[in-house]
Unconditional design. Structure first.
Length: 133
């Protein structure tokens, strides 16, 4: 994402999109936890939006959101008190979904933003016990 950002900073929008496409094609989206390891994927979505490639940005947002949602659903399936052990990851995941929603909203993607907000509200309801600790 650093190279893509540099291309965008130099006004080379096509090169930015090509770099992101190559990155996504070459480096598979493999994550096993909700954490800072997801930040480059958020940055990629933001760079796609800035490069006027909203369809690719939306796809990236959906990919990250689906991963986070699946992980949070897994944490929830553990039940209390085990679920409470993942409080930091749960809070971070919820904040990332909020960030994705804001990103979609700022880039004139109201349907996606609303979908993410609805998912966020549902997830926050599931994790009230953890969020109160």
């Amino acid at each position: 994402t650093i190279l893509a950002q540099a291309c965008l900073n130099e006004g080379k929008i096509d090169s930015c999109v090509k770099t992101l496409d190559k990155m996504n094609a070459s480096i598979p989206f493999i994550n096993n936890q909700v954490g800072y390891n997801l930040v480059p994927d958020l940055m990629a979505a933001d760079l796609y939006y800035k490069s006027k490639a909203p369809a690719k940005a939306n796809k990236q947002v959906e990919l990250v959101n689906n991963f986070i949602t699946n992980q949070l659903d897994y944490y929830h399936s553990l039940g209390m008190p085990r679920m409470a052990r993942f409080g930091e990851e749960i809070n971070f995941g919820l904040s990332l979904i909020h960030e994705l929603s804001d990103m979609a909203s700022k880039n004139n993607e109201p349907v996606l933003a609303q979908k993410l907000q609805n998912e966020l509200k549902t997830l926050e309801g599931k994790f009230t016990a953890v969020l109160q600790e």
